[in-house]
Design a protein around this ligand. Sequence first.
Ligand code: PGA
Length: 282
Amino acid sequence: MRVPVVVANWKMHKTVGEAKAFVATFLPLVEGVKGCTIVLCPPFTALPAVGEMLKGTHIALGAQDLFWREQGAFTGEISPIMLTDVGCTFVIIGHSERRGRFGKPDPELADPQLRSIFSETDASVNKKVHAALKHGLTPIICVGETLSEREQGHTDEVVRTQLRKALEGLTKEQVAQVVIAYEPVWAIGTGNVCDAKEANRVCGLIRSILSDLFGTEVSEKVRIQYGGSITPENIPDLAAQEQIDGGLVGGASLKPDSFATIVKTVAHAKQTPMDFSNLWKP
Ligand code: PGA
């Protein structure tokens, strides 16, 4: 049985003070919630403060990106060692907002030079995944198609290629540890959540690709999340799907009560029938 994982991706939101206020309110809301891995991914500047507050709790700290080198002349970058130093155990890698194609209607990004500012590629994603695992960080690897790729019927191929390239060169043991987030680009921050059955289908496809590449034993261990416009209202339907092991949550993770509701809904939905020890009582 896979333990579901729910991740808050705060993106470029919250000062240190705001992050601390969130944690202070959030902790009591999820006290006693078991059977679900909860991860908070604040911006880099808030990692130390949030990490201090999460010490001794059942909530993990994650970063939103990393650079693959341990140290050196890489202005503006953050190394895996720096992340573990402040208590991170997870890191998001290859988010579509960092890959070299935004698929977003931001007028500034119509300029091709600005569009590629972050320029994450399948190759850099792969290097980051290796670096994370080497330093004991669990990578949350994002894959997903743009709207035009979906409309042209290329969803499965895009996901297959991104997944295969991200995991290149890893051992079976390493693959078993990663978290995959299926995040259709068109669903991120748009309010257009992917239909739960379709999200389940793509998560199932990801598991079958993992099985082809690394064997069924490994593919059954990997936790596969859905991400893109998750809300407290639509999470019950998503969490009820067999292949979806949790969520990567952006906008709805910025408020303690809505994120806590999402966490509790997932934990409750994924309980094994035999496990009555952590029943969620609303
Ligand atoms: P969203 O973002 O929930 O605001 O759509 C999800 C993500 O980008 O990880």
